[in-house]
Design a protein around this ligand. Structure first.
Ligand code: 3HC
Length: 711
């Protein structure tokens, strides 16, 4: 086994290298070998300074997250950093690539820091439900001030080495030859007899903080990210850094860190971290399957979805031809795309040059033939089966036999869309979420005939658009919207039985959902769901036991959501703030009376329980039917596409935290009192009996995916 840490000598300089691909995570072994290397450096009288750096163009992405589920191997990161802190010879961190979490804490403990201008620095711990636990909350405010440190820790955003240079985080920023420059910097420190600079010996500058600073910061966080515990714990730790001695602050930070690490929130967030990285892997594709290389993209349909998809592709560097029969729609789309790019510029996510270059990659046309040379065409026209099929027929006559056609349908079965096409293997689904340039999720849909290369292309494309891609088998409503459908129907049922619109939305937001079900319905628009329900009913395909009579009545009263300034709420002049509307209460009352339902008060806990149980049970049915590759993909979809709280990990992870015995008992009781829609799915019963968690990354076997489980 080769070493993960190397100590080399160059005259009087020690070069200590971390080599633990892919991201130089600080595993137990790396920490042990770093300790040995630093102790050897300390002992060797011929060595006068050390440079610490990482292989693989990375400094370190922090502690190995896999190791959080077992007891910590010695030395812990704080123990290792205490050794480095005490060294009496200068230690220089040479940062290339990422210095994140524990990686940044390691760099902060070194006495000096030099970085490549492209290096990225950050404290992403709160995304894992923890806070920096190796001195980050104590050293960072001593270096850059309490407010800047808190902004960095609680936002979890990365900053560049250039920004780090400006804030004092980095001493020298270079554009090339980092290691040579770092050695030269170490020699310069020796020549100039520079002191050993230990952040642990500094004090936080409290003169710039007003007296309510920490209280105000906590209030701001609680309003911006309600329900999350780790960011608030980080504020407490940074506050401690302003009050007492370093050692006391470190031990307080460690106790908060351990508390967060053991919490359900952190367990859930760490599960989502790995689930998201697992989701894009299509395990059943043969190893030799390769995606086609996409040089240019066509998008057909210049509505909202088409605009968002086009913007996403432009931002990723693709030249895009946007086609629509209607010139006015194209003009509107051009203006909207330009506005989206400019808004990214205003938020400092793009430079002027990047904005202009992205917009210059856009061309628009009324002629479908203008996409003939493209490698990938994404269809984003209206949800009309026949119109889509006509378009695919035309596209297949225009495009090369290697090209891929991706449909953005969210409600139509890809197998029905592909039926009878001359080359159905070229058709794959890419279901984007609105607004497509901002939402992270893409459901890639593999129909029965879809070629493996088309699936691989859609997955690779989603990755290059910086999206989280999840594979779905072909079915009506895919995975996310199928669950949304039962969730929305249950929310409607709650209204008829006595819950209020605002009450339901508030209860679900308190649970942690980004939005309540009715706010979300108004945002998405009620029309697509209405047409999908009607079409299923006409085809006799609607076997869902609860329909959505209130939603139907709203659409029939031309209240289709924010677009018409009326839905479950009313809206004023394109303002998105929902205003409760007594007219809706009236519609609910009359609909309930028509159906002979007497409305009675329903408490918030019941609302949350019923809505989440429906999601959990439907997710298990989807697993049962083999539509999903692996259970964790469902959680990835609900966290990224529907605002399910990441600190609960998604519906399946949440079910595990409730205990599957309890979930099944509740479903059984509801089935008894309210009918068969609550019948626990076979998969759920099976998992409970086997004491097997629902939230699993294991890929379902080929047999399970082809419906054996159903038999
Ligand atoms: N520990 C273990 N594995 C890690 C890791 C870590 N800290 N960071 C990344 N990885 C793994 C990923 O799981 C993935 O493995 P896989 O190929 O088997 O799926 C592989 O490294 C590559 O990661 P990505 O696919 O995410 O690659 P990207 O290039 O897109 O992103 C990254 C790289 C920006 C480093 C991103 O992986 C990331 O943000 N990592 C998490 C960093 C983090 O949260 N660090 C803090 C850890 S907690 C800590 O340090 C506590 C301390 O305060 C005490």
């Amino acid at each position: 086994m080769c070493d993960v840490v190397k100590l080399e000598r160059e005259d009087d300089i020690a070069i200590i290298t971390i080599n633990n691909p892919p991201v130089n995570a600080l595993s137990g072994r790396v920490r042990r070998e770093l300790k040995d290397a630093f102790l050897a450096f300390q002992k060797d009288k011929k060595l006068l300074a050390a440079v610490l750096h990482g292989e693989h163009s990375a400094f370190s992405a922090g502690v190995d997250i896999h190791e959080f589920c077992k007891p910590t191997d010695a030395p812990s990161l704080p123990e290792l950093l205490a050794i480095i802190d005490d060294i009496e010879k200068p230690v220089v961190a040479a940062i290339e690539g990422n210095a994140l979490g524990g990686g940044l804490e390691l760099a902060l403990t070194c006495h000096y820091r030099i970085a490549h201008s492209h290096a990225q620095l950050g404290c992403p711990e709160v995304k894992l439900g923890i806070l920096p636990g190796a001195g980050g909350t104590q050293r960072l405010p001593r270096l850059i001030g309490a407010e800047a440190a808190l902004n960095m820790i609680t936002s979890a955003q990365f900053s560049s080495a250039r920004e780090g240079g400006l804030s004092g985080l980095i001493d020298r920023v270079v554009d090339e030859n980092l290691l040579d420059n770092a050695k030269e910097y170490a020699r310069h420190l020796l020549r100039t007899h520079s002191p050993i600079r230990r952040l642990s010996e500094r004090k936080v500058n409290t003169a710039v903080l007003n007296k309510d600073f920490f209280e105000d910061y906590r209030d701001k966080l609680a309003a911006a990210a309600p329900g999350f515990n780790a960011p608030l714990a980080a504020v407490n730790a940074v506050e401690a850094a302003t009050k007492g001695k370093f050692a006391k602050g470190i031990s307080f930070e460690r106790s908060l860190f351990n508390e967060c690490l053991q919490s359900d929130q952190s367990r859930a967030q760490r599960y989502v971290f790995f689930a998201q990285r697992r989701a894009p892997r299509v395990d059943l594709l043969a190893a030799e399957t390769t995606p086609i290389t996409v040089h240019t993209v066509g998008v057909v349909g210049a509505g909202k979805m088409g605009q968002g998809i086009t913007t996403s592709c432009l931002l990723a560097g693709y030249p895009v031809t946007l086609v629509d029969l209607n010139q006015h729609a194209l003009d509107t789309a051009r203006a909207a795309i330009e506005q989206s790019l400019t808004s990214l510029l205003r938020r400092h996510k793009l430079t002027h040059k990047q904005r202009d270059a992205a917009f210059a990659r856009l061309s628009t046309s009324q002629q479908l033939s203008h996409v003939s040379g493209t490698d990938l065409v994404i269809e984003a026209i209206q949800e009309d089966r026949d119109a889509k099929r006509r378009l695919f027929t035309e596209l297949l006559n225009l495009l090369s036999s290697n090209a891929v056609i991706a449909t953005n349908t969210s409600t139509l079965d890809i197998n029905a869309l592909a039926e009878g096409l001359k080359s159905p293997g070229q058709l794959v689904g890419m279901h984007f979420f609105s607004p497509a340039h901002l939402m992270q999720l893409v459901e890639v849909v593999q129909g029965d005939a879809t070629r493996p290369a088309a699936v691989a292309t859609a997955m690779a494309m989603a990755r290059s658009l910086k999206k989280v891609a999840v594979l779905s088998g072909g079915s009506d409503s895919l995975i996310g919207n199928r669950m949304l459908s039962v969730y929305s129907r249950e929310a409607d049922a709650l209204l008829l039985e006595g819950a209020g619109v605002v009450q339901t939305d508030d209860a679900m937001r308190r649970f942690g959902m980004a939005m309540g079900p009715f706010q979300m319905a108004d945002l998405i628009g009620l029309e697509a769901g209405y047409h999908a329900r009607k079409s299923r009913q006409q085809r006799g395909a609607d076997n869902l036991p609860v329909t959505s009579p209130v939603a139907d009545k709203l659409v029939e009263a031309e209240r289709v959501g924010q677009g018409t300034e009326a839905g479950y709420y009313r809206y004023e002049q394109s303002c998105r703030a929902p205003i409760p509307d007594p007219a809706v209460d009236k519609i609910i009352d009359t609909t309930a009376a028509d159906l002979s339902i007497s409305r009675v008060p329903i408490d918030d806990d019941t609302i949350v329980r019923r809505l989440t149980l429906r999601l959990i049970n439907e997710a298990c049915k989807i697993i049962d039917e083999g539509i999903v590759q692996r259970p964790s993909d469902i959680d990835v979809i609900w966290v990224n596409g529907y605002g399910f709280p990441i600190f609960r990990g998604g519906p399946l992870c949440y079910a595990d935290s409730l205990g599957l015995d309890n979930v099944v008992a509740e479903l059984n009781a509801l089935e008894k009192s309210s009918g068969p829609r609550w019948k626990p799915s076979a998969y759920l019963i099976q998992a409970m009996a086997a004491r097997m968690p629902l939230a699993s990354y294991d890929t379902l076997s080929a047999g399970e995916r082809t419906g054996k489980r159903r038999a």
